[in-house]
Design a protein around this ligand. Structure first.
Ligand SMILES: *Cc1c(COP(=O)(O)O)cnc(C)c1O
Length: 459
């Protein structure tokens, strides 16, 4: 019989010790951080699942690239390698390196956004939404309805609601919709994948309206793996071919290398339109740097190029997607309400169902994230009404997020199966005592992206 166990397809060459803390220490740390885990020092965290962004372990080849990076101001060899790798992958004409994904977004929406414009997406991530809103435009989410039911098992819950998009385009036209975006995988919807069929149909619709279509490509490889394993007719094709097909439907993309680039910093904007690329490079020079390095050092470009090759390794992707599903299956077995099916980069707890005794105004996601830190030194991230909830400026009425989730993002190639077993045990223990978890209230909040810096207290 074929061997069933899926292993990490790498071995460990360098280690970083973890520091244990006591529950009493963690309580003090939490109080000093204003019950916001972004305010906790990393050395006070045992298992850091705050984000999968920029937290990947680099390979020996990537580190070799760091030493080999060409730091020339203009025309560095490392840029040309990076450009070749990205062009081969995406097929786009212009490759513009930025220091991370949001810098690419900032440039894109400075060109395409502005007052009176509407930019739809399956679901905008927080920095995408913020950059659109800063430009004066409106960011609209059009996820499929299935995305909003955490317990519903379906293959492509990250898809966009195409009927809703059609309605929006008919109503506003290309005068008001400067571009349509698609986020793969759908981070704000539990890392759920988008099907090739959906990408193709959205692309066709955009072309019929002559509206540019852009992909937010942060997790393109994880998305392509889901397409390969779930979409009819795709099993026999390589992940690289499927990724190339995804990009072929678009006019450009933004990408954070801190996700599927397997690097700790880096991003890019890629597009086909020559005029737009010219405008983008003009902004790049003012805000990031010269076009052959953007916001990055030559060594970063070298590691990024290598990471984009390694992330398409199918043994890596099989392990990667399986390691997330493993945690979801174990939690589900314990009865813990968890978003299903497992997404690509993270496990999402359904905090509203986990803590049914808490009203949305008591921020069950934030409360659960804090409780998990207290329980086992595990750092997670609220993706609920702290991140997406609003108070209507006119009426003062609280508008909660569509879901109250806690995201346990799994850094790439960092933690082992026993680390994940520990996480499952902590969550299971907390679930057994869930009535004891108290809500939180906001003490202080900034006007934008409040989840990063708001201060809370138990309620
Ligand atoms: C991380 C992320 C971004 C922003 O990228 P940064 O590198 O963090 O600036 C944009 N979109 C999605 C879907 C992301 O996950």
């Amino acid at each position: 019989m074929a061997i069933q166990t899926i292993i990490e397809p790498f071995k460990i060459k360098t280690i970083e010790p973890l520091r244990m803390t006591t529950r009493a220490e963690r309580l003090g740390i939490l109080e000093r951080a204003g019950y916001n885990l972004f305010g906790v020092r990393a050395e006070d965290v045992l298992i850091d699942l705050l984000t999968d962004s920029g937290t990947s372990a680099m390979s020996a080849r990537q580190w070799a690239g760091v030493l080999d990076g060409d730091e020339s101001y203009a025309g560095a060899r490392s840029f040309y390698r990076f450009e070749r790798v990205v062009k081969e992958l995406t097929g786009f004409r212009h490759i513009i390196p930025t220091h991370q994904g949001r810098a690419a977004e900032k440039i894109l929406f400075a060109i395409m956004g502005g007052a009176g414009k509407t930019i739809p997406n399956n679901s905008h991530f927080d920095t995408t939404r913020a950059n659109i809103e800063v430009s004066g435009a409106e960011a609209v989410d059009l996820p499929v309805k299935e995305a909003l039911t955490p317990s519903l098992v379906q293959d492509f819950k990250g898809n966009m609601d195409i009927t809703a998009l059609e309605r929006l385009l008919k109503q506003k036209g290309r005068e008001q919709v400067p571009l349509v975006m698609m986020t793969v995988t759908n981070n704000a919807c539990a890392g759920q994948p988008v099907s090739m069929g959906c990408i193709r149909r959205v692309s066709e619709l955009c072309r019929s309206y002559r509206i540019p279509f852009f992909i937010d490509a942060c997790r393109f490889a994880e998305n392509a793996w889901f397409i390969k394993t779930r979409e009819p007719g795709c099993k026999g094709r390589s992940v690289r071919q499927l990724a190339q097909e995804m990009f072929s439907y678009a006019d450009g993309c933004t990408m954070s290398g801190k996700k599927d680039g397997l690097v700790n910093i880096g991003g890019f904007l890629a597009l086909n339109d020559d005029g737009m690329a010219q405008m983008a490079r003009n902004i790049l020079i003012v805000t990031e740097g010269f076009p052959t390095y953007g916001g990055l050092a030559g060594r970063d470009l070298e590691a990024f190029a290598q990471g984009l090759e390694e992330v398409l390794d199918e043994d890596y992707l099989r392990y990667r997607i399986r390691s997330v599903a493993y945690v979801v299956e174990k939690l589900d077995h314990l009865g813990v309400p968890v978003f299903k099916p497992a997404g690509g980069h993270a496990v999402y707890l359904d905090a509203a169902a986990f803590l049914p005794h808490l009203a949305v105004e008591a921020f069950p996601g934030q409360a659960l994230a804090c409780a998990l830190y207290l329980e086992g030194g595990i750092r997670s991230c609220e993706i609920g009404s702290v991140m997406f909830g609003r108070r209507d400026p006119a009426s003062g009425v609280f508008q909660p997020a569509a879901m109250e989730l806690v995201r346990l993002a799994i850094p790439r190639r960092v933690y082992t199966q026993s680390h994940m077993d520990y996480v499952v045990e902590c969550i299971g223990g907390l679930y057994a005592r869930r009535e004891s978890v108290r809500g939180v209230r906001i003490l202080q909040e900034p006007p934008l992206l409040r989840h990063f810096t708001a201060l809370f207290e138990p309620h």
